[in-house]
Structure formats: structure tokens, C-alpha cells
Design a protein around this ligand. Sequence first.
Ligand code: C5J
Length: 227
Amino acid sequence: MAFAVPARPYDFILDPKHVALVVIDMQRDFIETGGFGDALGNDVSRLTKIVPTVAALIALFRARKLPIVHTREAHRPDLSDCPPAKRLRGKPGLRIGDVGAMGRILVAGEPGNQILPELAPVEGEIVIDKPGKGMFWGTGLQDTLAGLGITQLVFAGVTTEVCVQTSMREANDRGYECMLVEDATESYFPEFKAAAIEMIVAQGGIVGWATPLSVLENAFAEQVVHG
Ligand code: C5J
């Protein structure tokens, strides 16, 4: 039975039969020293702070046996799915494919490309390697979600204004109802996180909804039936 989750810009009507959790790119490359985020000059310690909140959100969905999708930003070892425009962008200390402290940067199978152990997928959960910022481009995720009858997506992960927002926008354009869990996402730039959330909920939820984890947990516990 669908129930209301208090959210911005208005209640999100969550239907447990059609919802999945999407955890974006909680991989060592973005969160630990020596990875891609660090090579780009970011303070990665900001991102580690959300790990317990993301773990609690995953636990909420696991306890109810609801589908969970984990994504990784990952390229093939031969980099055939990494356009030069991406690899050559900027002047990072290390580029995609270079060998860093945790193996080759953003390359599938390397230690740095793994999801943090605290958030590791368990059997039955969906893991998507995506070559872009968005989770649909170059992946088969849309067919997988369609096969499960998923029409609603709850989002968490990093970084808010890059891969999370891009994936939410891709999903929104594909007809999914999307809600971001505000304290289960983070950016290297606090002002970008705040702005991304405002952009998502503005204009009547032009991209989707946003709510904190405690509100979502409470809504799951109380399940105030909608309609
Ligand atoms: C970035 C991501 N920031 N997962 N990737 O390059 O947001």
C-alpha cells in the first residue's frame, strides 16, 4: 500500500511495490585519499561523513526486501568507453586509467573502484558500472528496472551535483518519480550540494523530491496510507 513521505516540495507518495533505492558511486575512488576525487584536488573527508547515513538507508530497504541498485563510475581497462574529452579534462594529478594509490583510477575491478566495505552490495542487489556521470547512459539499467516494475527511485550517494543530480535528471526524463535523501548525499562543495537540492525541488519538484533519512524512516514505520 502506498504511503505519504513528508518531503519538499510536497509529500512523496511512496509505493513499496514499485520503488527501488539507488546508491550512487560510494566507491573508494571518490571517498578515500589517493583516488580520483583526491587527484582532482578535493577534500574527500567531507564525503566519509555520510557513510553511516547511507548504511542506515540501505538497511531500511534491505529490511523490507526492496530492490537496491549500487552504481560505480567505472571504465573498461582498455578505456574504450572513456572519451578523450573526459580523460583529458583539466589538469588532475592523476587521470582516469593512471595508476594511483588504489590501482588504476576509475577502472573496473581495481581496488579504488570498489564500493566502500561498509556499504558493499549483498547477493541479489543490482550493481551497475557506468562510464558516464548518469546511470542510464551506456548501461542496461532501464531494462533492468522495467523488468522489476520499478517506477519510483530513492537516491543517495556522491556527488550531489554531479553523478547524483545527473542520474536523477536522466531518471526524471524517463518518467521515474525520484526522491533524494538529503543527508545521504554529499559534495566536495557544500554550496553545490545545497544548490543542487534547491534545483531539484524548485518549480513544484521539476526534477523530484527531497527529504531527510529520519523522515523517510518514520514514514516507513508509520505507513500513513495515501488515498
Ligand atoms: C564525479 C561523481 N564527481 N560520482 N563523479 O566525477 O559524482
